[in-house]
Write a protein that binds this ligand. Structure first.
Ligand SMILES: NC(=O)c1ccc[n+]([C@@H]2O[C@H](COP(=O)([O-])OP(=O)(O)OC[C@H]3O[C@@H](n4cnc5c(N)ncnc54)[C@H](OP(=O)(O)O)[C@@H]3O)[C@@H](O)[C@H]2O)c1
Length: 252
């Protein structure tokens, strides 16, 4: 059993989680708060669920704030980061989790979905990182949520999604060069199949994915959150520019 001192490694830190109303992002927001950080989380449509995440964090003694900000809208992201700094006084940790998954065969994939995938999965990461870095000081941590699909795409119709997650590999490497001299790290966590509304473990699609995985099961959002919490903490200062896969062996 961890002592309070052990779990509060993020005491006095402030985190901003893009897309924290449900799924992996909600688990990350709660975990960072459990480790002592004040957490702002964004959402686009799930206002009630975002409010519930805030309530859960507050009920556990933490501080949290939900902000409606569409990650496809650069001005909305910048305003949300400004609101976070105004509310909590600083910014130490940025988690770029908001993402969308559009799957369709090549002939049917719309350009609207292609552009939306890029705007939310890639451009928002750049915009938030640029804005957050203005507020961060030495010890700052940026964590992108990519996907194991950057390395392996064993299904039809996933090209644009895989491209968006592959883009984060290069973006993370390049931005590590910008941020390293300031003592700020940036890393890209690549989950495998995780049981969320984006990818429910009970679906037919899930059955084919599970069959390809050495561990034979879906991941849990808390498993991703705990890895993110480690990267957000002081012990991870020597990890930067890395794409780190946590996928039950999906890409093995
Ligand atoms: N689940 C998996 O198997 C899996 C595997 C690898 C990587 N990932 C990645 O992990 C991340 C989270 O996935 P998830 O499975 O937790 O997805 P999810 O259950 O669909 O949740 C997505 C979260 O992102 C938010 N979001 C979506 N579009 C947004 C926008 N335009 N602006 C602001 N927030 C937005 C949602 O907010 P609202 O509730 O308001 O819509 C929600 O909080 C994504 O980047 C995804 O690509 C997931």
């Amino acid at each position: 059993m961890a002592t309070n001192q052990e779990t509060a490694v993020l005491a006095n830190k402030v985190a901003f989680v893009q897309g924290g109303s449900r799924g992996i992002g909600a688990a990350i927001a709660k975990r960072l708060a459990r480790n002592g950080a004040a957490v702002a989380l964004t959402y686009v449509s799930s206002a009630e669920r975002a409010a519930q995440v805030v309530k859960d964090i507050e009920a556990a003694g933490g501080r949290a704030l939900a902000i409606r900000a569409d990650s496809a809208d650069a001005d909305a992201i910048k305003a949300a980061i400004g609101q976070t700094v105004a509310a909590f006084g600083r910014l130490d940790i940025l988690v770029n989790n908001a993402g969308v998954l559009a799957i369709a065969p090549l002939a049917e994939f719309s350009l609207e979905d292609f552009d939306r995938t890029l705007a939310i999965n890639v451009r928002s990461v750049f915009v938030a990182t640029q804005e957050a870095a203005r507020h961060m000081v030495e010890g700052g941590r940026i964590i992108n949520i990519g996907s194991t699909n950057a390395d392996r795409v064993p299904f039809v119709g996933g090209g644009p999604y895989a491209m968006s997650k592959s883009a984060l590999v290069g973006l993370t490497r390049g931005l590590a060069r910008d941020l390293g001299p300031r003592g700020i790290t940036i890393n890209n966590v690549q989950p495998g199949p995780v049981d969320t509304e984006m990818n429910p473990a009970g679906s037919e699609f899930a059955a084919t994915l599970k069959a390809m995985m050495p561990v034979g099961r879906y991941g849990k959002d808390e498993e991703i959150a705990s890895f993110v919490a480690y990267l957000a903490g002081p012990e991870a200062a020597y990890i930067t520019g890395a794409s780190l896969t946590i996928d039950g062996g999906f890409a093995a």
